[in-house]
Design a protein. Structure first.
Length: 58
């Protein structure tokens, strides 16, 4: 049987592990977004502008 303290330690370790994974995932998604081609950036920019114009025109 684990003591309460050991259980708490294990919980903190799992918590840290999850935070590390989420940091790695967000870092990868940010990097992949930064490495997108210029054409992709122009298309998304135009698309979002189009959406904003649509929202304000209604």
């Amino acid at each position: 049987m684990y003591t309460t303290f050991q259980n708490h330690e294990r919980f903190l370790d799992q918590e840290r592990h999850l935070q590390n994974i989420s940091q790695i995932l967000t870092r990868e998604s940010i990097e992949s977004r930064l490495h997108g081609t210029m054409i992709e950036k122009v298309i998304t920019f135009t698309f979002f502008n189009f959406l904003v114009i649509l929202m304000y025109s209604c």
